[in-house]
Write a protein that binds this ligand. Structure first.
Ligand SMILES: *Cc1c(COP(=O)(O)O)cnc(C)c1O
Length: 388
């Protein structure tokens, strides 16, 4: 085929690749046992695909790391990250922060414990704070293979003192896995600070338009990469080249988008905090936020993320619930109720119907702040608050 004078990377949709003859086939399959990130010859797309590898390189540049592996969802990325440490009967215990994505907690319960019968432990926050004496006690007692946490919790946006957590984990020889979906590499690069693996739901800010589900596992250690490639291949986790291609395009505007998410969220948080109908605003950039100190220490002046949570004023739970419903109804055509985050358009989620027993908070709404004009956002939200 004629070489095309195109400027953008091609999209390779092949399931299997042309290996031409027996010699090359034998060599390709022998080389495959090395689990290289970028093989000499591609064999089959579930093993590796050139379009997917090209986008992995874009993410490696963002996270400043030696390898990245794309998979079909954030959950698949979590499965790969934790499974590389599983060794049958020799699997050691693991320790997870409880203030993490709800889906991850469900994965722990329904897959790791119920189906794989693993020895999993949870570290709970007390009153929105992490008790480091308790964390150290657990690390010493459990001696986990790894510690798993998120720098920014959801929906309360507790920012962890990550340097202290990581120093403790290292002291007790636990590996470190970080879900960096909320922070993104723009606010923090955990691998540079000594994390062993980082995962992202690329469904969120990395793709940023609510039109792709994807996940990625990032690291520097070559052995972990080989284990991860092996697990990804045989457990059948894989991002299709079409989705990888679109992710690659959308990644090009990631830094621009995320900066605007942060700026808008900060401006909106400041506006809402002064609003007479608002009881409380939780945003790590606000002076009033319980973990503002940790946020400044970790993010410096880079921003505080695109998520903000606020509590609508009310006389009783019933009153709050009604006001919350009226607020959501007033925004029906402009700021929809969508259970995801990190899109260019602002979306909202009421906390009580989603988190229920964990956060039974009738007036609390989580906003995933988009990149619209801030004046437009303030006007929309101000109007909706007026209509309550
Ligand atoms: C959404 C999310 C996930 C799961 O990602 P999916 O792409 O939905 O599978 C994991 N962690 C965090 C923090 C998330 O927000």
């Amino acid at each position: 085929m004629k070489k095309i004078n195109a400027n953008h990377m091609p999209l390779y949709r092949e399931a299997g690749f042309n290996l031409q003859n027996s010699k090359r086939t034998k060599e390709a399959f022998a080389a495959e046992l090395d689990h290289a990130h970028e093989p000499e010859d591609y064999i089959y797309s579930r093993y590796r695909n050139p379009t997917t590898v090209a986008v992995e390189k874009q993410i490696m540049a963002l996270e400043d790391c030696k390898w990245a592996l794309l998979v079909e969802t954030g959950m698949a990325a979590i499965d790969v990250a934790v499974s590389v440490f599983q060794k049958g009967k020799d699997t050691r215990p693991s320790l997870y922060f409880h203030e993490i994505y709800g889906g991850t907690n469900s994965f722990i319960d329904t897959v790791l414990i119920k189906r794989r019968n693993l020895d999993v432990h949870r570290f709970y926050a007390t009153d929105g704070r992490y008790d480091f004496v308790e964390l150290e006690r657990m690390l010493a007692e459990i001696k986990p293979e790894f510690l798993y946490f998120e720098a920014v919790s959801n929906p309360m946006l507790i920012v962890a003192d990550v340097k202290r957590i990581m120093a403790l984990a290292k002291q007790y020889e636990a590996k470190i896995i970080v879900d960096n979906t909320f922070g993104t590499p723009l606010l923090w690069k955990p691998l540079m600070d000594g994390a062993d693996l980082v995962i992202h739901s690329a469904t969120k800010y990395l793709s940023g338009h609510g039109n792709i589900t994807a996940g990625v596992i990032c690291g520097n250690d070559e052995e972990l990469m080989k284990e991860a490639i092996e697990y990804r291949k045989w457990a059948g986790h894989f991002l299709s080249p079409d989705d990888a291609y679109r992710l690659g395009t959308q990644l090009k505007s990631f830094e621009l988008r995320f900066q605007k998410h942060c700026d808008n969220a900060m401006a909106l948080a400041t506006y809402l905090e002064k609003h007479p109908q608002i009881e409380e605003v939780l945003y790590p950039g606000l002076e009033s936020h319980p973990t503002r100190k940790e946020a400044v220490a970790l993010f410096g002046d880079k921003g505080f993320g695109g998520m903000l949570t606020f509590d609508i004023k009310g006389d009783s739970d019933t009153d709050k619930r009604e006001k919350c419903n009226r607020f959501i109804a007033a925004l029906e055509d402009t700021i929809p109720l969508v259970p995801t985050l990190g899109e260019v358009d602002t979306i909202l989620l009421p906390v009580e119907p989603v988190w229920g027993a964990k956060y039974p908070l009738p007036g609390v709404i989580r906003l995933s702040v988009g990149i619209e004009s801030i004046e437009k956002l303030k006007a929309l939200i101000g109007d909706a608050l007026g209509k309550m």
